[in-house]
Design a protein around this ligand. Structure first.
Ligand SMILES: *Cc1c(COP(=O)(O)O)cnc(C)c1O
Length: 347
């Protein structure tokens, strides 16, 4: 089989969430948007449910509907994008909690689904989603009369603990929610690490559950193994791959492995990335193709069946860094082609 394997450790996911929960002053939710950061909504959500998670956040009503079908009741499913045109039936039928982020959404929700739970998203400076302070002041009385179940905002710079934006947003959030006796939420993974004054009633970790920065001391969640299709010997002066970008300086042994940029292994991943046989790292050579990568295995004294891209030696964060991106983007770019194996217990 030429298909690469992504092995996802559900026990590690459970333990990482448990750790984020124990770091949180009060309750912790789990963010499972974008197919649980690309790792599989069904398996991940069930594993977290077993671990005790009962509050989930997704990006869209469609994701929420899928999650409700997986979990059933009882669990709270919040939708970051709020109540969009066309979402009403999904919100109602799948019992979702939209996080209202504009006056327009507020009037839509109060008109069409007055009895359905909702939360409010405030903008404290990120200028991405949420009611502006002026809009909030103008609509506060009406909104509160409709009994929102959560007030939240989101930090723009929480992965930089010393950034002054953090304290500015915290102060804005405190001002905007002053004397309001409703459940509050501000912190994602980065915000949890900033300290308890950022935690309020509910934290919303995502990336830390999946074992990536800015979370520290978390368990690795993913392993990627790629089959070797062919091994060849080349002479000094021969080239490998599209565009002849690599010319061999000496006799070499080259393995062609069965994955490429269609599997989220970005062409920009650069010269730092290695493919591992046990503890030995072998460099990528030539351009990464859609489905194939050339690897210099001259240093190995075996003919490997497969090489590892992600393992204990080379983490998601390391690869993401090699590609000039972040773990979030690497994970959500993995693509559909991997054979996904789940270890540990989901249910
Ligand atoms: C994605 C997201 C989260 C989770 O953030 P992480 O950095 O992955 O922990 C929390 N809140 C909001 C509003 C988000 O968009």
């Amino acid at each position: 089989m030429a298909t690469a394997t992504a092995t996802i450790n559900l026990n590690a996911i459970r333990k990482n969430w448990q750790k984020l929960r124990s770091l949180s002053s009060n309750d912790a939710a789990a963010v499972v948007k974008a197919n649980a950061y690309g790792l599989g909504l069904k398996q991940v959500a069930k594993a977290l449910y077993v671990e005790g998670a009962r509050i989930f956040f997704v990006a869209t009503a469609e994701e929420g509907a899928e999650l409700r079908s997986i979990l059933g009741e009882p669990s709270d499913i919040y939708v970051f994008s709020g109540h969009m045109v066309g979402d009403t039936e999904l919100i109602k039928n799948y019992n979702l909690i939209p996080l209202i982020n504009s006056i327009e959404q507020l009037s839509r929700h109060s008109k069409l689904l007055r009895e359905q739970k909702f939360g409010v998203q405030l903008d404290t400076g990120m200028n991405r989603l949420g009611l502006e302070p002026m809009e909030w002041e103008a609509s506060k009385e009406l909104t509160l009369s409709l009994n929102p179940v959560l007030i939240m905002s989101h930090l723009a710079c929480a992965d930089e603990p010393n950034h002054k934006m953090n304290i500015n947003q915290l102060n804005n959030f405190l001002t905007l929610t002053n004397k309001i006796n409703i459940k509050k939420s501000l912190a994602a993974t980065g915000g949890i690490l900033l300290g308890p004054e950022y935690h309020f009633d509910l934290t919303r970790p995502g990336i830390g559950i999946y074992g990536c920065s800015p979370m520290q001391d978390c368990l690795p969640v993913l392993k990627i193994d790629i089959p070797v299709i062919q091994i060849r010997n080349i002479e000094s002066g021969e080239t490998v791959g599209y565009g002849n970008t690599w010319t061999s300086p000496s006799k070499k042994r080259i393995a062609t492995i069965s994955a490429g940029y269609a599997d989220g292994i970005f062409r920009t991943i650069g010269k730092k990335t290695r493919l591992y046989f046990e503890e030995i790292g072998c460099p990528i050579i030539g351009r990464i193709s859609m489905d194939l990568i050339g690897v210099d295995i001259t240093s190995l004294n075996v003919e490997p069946d497969r090489l590892a891209l992600i393992n204990s030696r080379q983490t998601i964060d390391k690869i993401a860094d090699d590609a000039g991106t972040i773990g979030y983007e690497f994970l959500t770019s993995l693509g559909q082609r991997y054979k996904r194996n789940y270890t540990g217990v989901a249910r």
